[in-house]
Design a protein around this ligand. Sequence first.
Ligand code: TNX
Length: 495
Amino acid sequence: MLQIIPKPSEVMIQKGTLSHDVEINRLVKQDYGEEGYRLTISEEGITEEGSQKGLFYADVTLGQLREQYGHALPCMIITDRPRFSYRGFMLDVCRHFVPVEDIKALLDAAAHFKLNTFHWHLTDDQGWRLESRKYPKLVEIGSKRKRANFGRLHEPAESGGYYRWSEVRDIIAYASERMIDVIPEIEIPGHATALLASYPEIGCGGEEMEVATRGGVLPNLICAGRGQSWEFITNVLEEIVGLFPCQYIHIGGDEACKIKWRQCPDCQAKIKEQGLKDENALQQWFVIRIQNYLAELGKQAIVWNDSLRGVALPTDFVVQAWLGDRELIQDFARRGGKIIQSSTQYYYLDYPYHMIDADSIIHADPVESFRQNSDAAIPWEQAVLGVEAPLWTERITNFDRACYQLFPRLPAVAENAWTVKEAREPDSFLQRYQNQIAFLEQRSIYGAPQHCWKMSEEDKKLDKRDHEYLTGSVENLAAEKADEEMLKRENEIYL
Ligand code: TNX
């Protein structure tokens, strides 16, 4: 069996082996679609055919074959193409900063599994991580925070970090050599505490605050009613559009708890002025303006599914589905909208292995869960643009821990995103993963131990106990719970 991840669409094994060194014959052809390729290994030599991206993926496949067979390659013809055009992983660099070198190692690994999108979660309550020339306080103030209250972690009293424009360009170039697009995310209007700590005048009532040191849902929102906020957002987005060549900009939109908007005279005046129904409609009015602004600059906005609440969101947005809003997601798909599959049930790689092991990911079809209990007329296979796995980092303080969470689960996600339905073979995934370990370890990527790949009930119990130990400072959890209860009472939709 070929030890390749993601499993290719079609493999024809031929007689013979190729054991001498050969030059690879590369033919640029569009016959295999935007990212597909054909790889032919014969006793005479190796031929790759495809677009520029296809040729890159042919090389990746060949690399994995060499890992398996060394210098005696069996003759074969592989014809391969991806099921989804969007195959992503997200990295939260806000809760804990991630150095450039670590991001590059993860991009190497992502490309090895034919992922093509890196979603860079650059702003959140606990940190603003992107240099701004127009708003220098975003990093002077917003990129630093005091010891976090995420759980039982040994953290320094202060920490921080941000990316300079030169580093951003370096990451984009590095990713691009690996056929990976980089999508920046700026959270609007919620998860904005670090921004508001830097520029309080962008929030409701100009309230002063500090960069957050706890997770969960906080009520600090960009004010939708003030002219200053609009100017601020468009200026920041203008810088971002200038930096990132990608078609998409992610503008967040999750967990925007509306307590302050309800009390803010500017937001309430805006609701009246625009004839809006409520605060959800105000969020939509705000993001639709932003999408229109981005469209003028040739970009498209991605939002988390929470932004579907209110009126019917125009389908020029792409919606990233993580939790809830089932019917709104269905309605969006029915109207022709595109959706990224990031369900917390399978794709949240910050969750512990006892909740999601690699085996359960690989057995989940990215489209089926949308199709279940939905209107049969919805063309889900077209509506799903692709799959993305987020790595939130509240409890991930370093590269080793990130790698533990990501491997082998990220390769399982990559296979779900790449391998066409007819070729899927989930049962052989864990065995094929063995052939990838040397590549990863050469890059100092050490994944989770084998008992995590497919967890027995006993191992789940032990993992649960370890996880509670890691995250479970009792006082922290009690404080978080009390805050959340308060927010829940005031805000019907969240948590
Ligand atoms: C929810 S997913 C969040 C993040 C957290 C994550 C933890 C999403 C759009 N929002 O802010 O980090 O849960 O799993």
